[in-house]
Design a protein around this ligand. Structure first.
Ligand code: SF4
Length: 364
């Protein structure tokens, strides 16, 4: 994925101002970076900081850790749990002394060959310690990226992992992986939190697709939640004298309070063209003619995969429209295509508006 400065510039700016002062962030000593990454797995930050400080006072470098007794390493680890991690840490330190001249290696394969170093830890060491353009996607980064790009795929299977690595690179300016990797994770830890994200304070809120679609708390979709139900929709773009009809939904449901073109879910066996006509009648009282197919928009929402069939529609012989009788919306208006830009639309409706802007039938 090509790097997108619209995402990375505000993110890095925010990180420069908001980053926490953490002990492993003084300098980029690969030993301290690797140690912090191993220690912080499944450990709360405050606890991790205390242990890191104790550990590095006793073992200030790789050589001192490699030379230590395993019993002493375990004693200093006591209380952090997952003792296998401590054993792996100690063994990895010894291997780095034996095989890598006492250095933390700077290539992915050599790192991955060390005990306790998975894909994420290898990426974090390469990016943070060596400033290599490598992705490192932990749970915080997964959450930020899934929300930012409104990804309905799980980040935990092979396809999802590839996708999330690509998305992580898309927010990394070449040569600045050290900051970008930490910035995404920091945003996930401080702002884009699991249950109470502070979108109003987020430097990426203007670009965030999950926020625009109202599905923030449903991202990321983790394994077990990924069963998908297909939904077909018929939607009508009613045109009259160069303007299109939109309505603002009632404040409930997934699209509550957002603007849309009238339409709805297809009933079993129903053609989307008939759905569009029926939904317009039910939602506005309008009797419209459904004309050409305009676009097919596909979008994944929570557990649903929506296929929206959009049609051009109009009043018979372009007669003047009556006043609508709204049943699913609180407000309506006739607007130009340019006017749509100022309205908050759910993601598939925004895609439809973009398709209309490109469509020669709307030119002029
Ligand atoms: S706008 Fe909200 S959901 Fe989107 S990245 Fe920022 S904090 Fe996360």
């Amino acid at each position: 994925m090509v790097h997108d400065p619209r995402l990375s510039a505000p993110l890095l700016h925010w990180f420069a101002a908001s980053r926490r002062a953490l002990p492993w962030r003084d300098g980029h000593d690969p030993y301290r970076v690797w140690l912090s990454e191993v220690m912080l797995q499944q450990t709360q930050m405050e606890r991790g900081v205390d242990y890191f400080l104790r550990f590095t006072r006793r073992f200030p470098d790789l050589a001192s850790l490699a030379a230590a007794d395993e019993a002493e390493v375990l004693r200093l680890w006591e209380g952090l749990g997952y003792y296998r991690r401590a054993r792996n840490l100690h063994l990895a330190a010894r291997l780095m002394v034996e095989r890598h001249g006492g250095r933390v290696p700077d290539d992915r394969e050599a790192l991955r060959a060390l005990p306790g170093v998975g894909d994420y830890t290898a990426g974090a060491v390469l990016a943070i310690a060596y400033n290599r353009d490598e992705p490192a996607v932990d749970a915080n980064a997964e959450r930020v990226l899934a929300r930012l790009h409104d990804v309905a795929d799980s980040p935990r299977d092979a396809k999802g992992r590839r996708l999330f690595r690509e998305l992580a690179l898309g927010i990394t300016p070449p040569g600045r992986a050290r900051e970008a990797v930490q910035a995404v994770m920091e945003l996930g830890a401080l702002v884009c939190t699991p249950r109470a994200p502070r979108c109003e304070a987020c430097p990426l809120s203007g670009e965030c697709r999950a926020l625009a679609a109202g599905v923030v708390l449903e991202r990321p979709v983790l394994p077990g939640q990924a069963r998908v139900t297909p939904i077909g929709m018929g939607t009508a773009v009613i045109r009259h004298r160069g303007l299109v009809f939109v309505q603002r939904r009632l404040d409930r449901g997934v699209w509550g309070g957002l603007w849309e073109f009238p339409g709805g879910q297809m009933e079993p066996g129903e053609h989307p063209r008939d759905t569009a006509r029926r939904e317009v009648r039910e939602e506005t009282g309008f009797e419209v003619e459904i004309r050409d197919k305009l676009a097919v928009i596909r979008h994944a929402y929570t557990r649903y995969r929506v296929t929206m069939h959009a049609f051009l529609a109009g009043f018979p012989e372009d007669s003047d429209p009556p006043e609508p009788v709204l049943t699913a919306a609180q407000e309506w208006r006739w607007t130009s295509l340019e006017g749509l830009a100022g309205l908050t639309l759910p993601a598939p409706m925004r895609e439809l508006a973009q398709a209309m802007a490109r469509d020669p039938r709307f030119a002029g």
